[in-house]
Design a protein around this ligand. Sequence first.
Ligand SMILES: Nc1ncnc2c1ncn2[C@@H]1O[C@H](COP(=O)(O)OP(=O)(O)OP(=O)(O)O)[C@@H](O)[C@H]1O
Length: 198
Amino acid sequence: MALTIGLTGGIASGKSTVANMLKEWNIPVVDADRIAREAVNVGEEAYVRIVETFGKDILQKNGEIDRAKLGALIFHDEEKRNQLNAIVHPAVRKKMLEQRDEILQKNPVVVLDIPLLFESNLTHFVDKIIVVYVDDAIQLERLMKRNGFSQEEALARIHSQMPLSEKKVYADAVIDNNGTIDQTRQQLLTILSEWDVL
Ligand SMILES: Nc1ncnc2c1ncn2[C@@H]1O[C@H](COP(=O)(O)OP(=O)(O)OP(=O)(O)O)[C@@H](O)[C@H]1O
């Protein structure tokens, strides 16, 4: 039976850490962030439409999209942000579903690693949802440490997402990643064996 698992959580909550464990066990993982980066590569349909919409000023000398410039352009402008999302989101969804379906032809299970699964209303793409959870204080500490952010910079990013406490409510399974990596691995193993994946 085909099973699509959605893996999500908050910024720096430990999604990549869990995704890496899955890959070590040869469970295929589709990475939404990676697809989103690839979707705007030179020559892709979304790339062409972004240049048409925002002009060549947002390009680097080599023709690639200058993410910092584009980011600055949309940051304080909701209309432009919506325009960009209307180009990028459908392209990412399409590629993600193509990869999911291709994998499911050969594998009984696939994991879609989608940081903004809830915020982007993509829950209908998956059968089961795992939320990687951490307490606020640990999330802040790990994010500051990993990205070298000040407390203010880290909090701004955390507060731009749906609170982890709310995501937890919508999960089929929650991994509490406040403890050690080994404790997280054990929880993941338990969930996967309950779902007959391992
Ligand atoms: N159980 C743990 N104990 C200690 N450090 C951890 C643990 N889990 C994750 N980390 C560290 O916390 C940071 C965030 O983890 P990770 O990159 O997996 O989160 P993420 O949810 O994928 O983040 P993002 O969505 O922001 O990319 C990393 O530096 C990682 O090494």
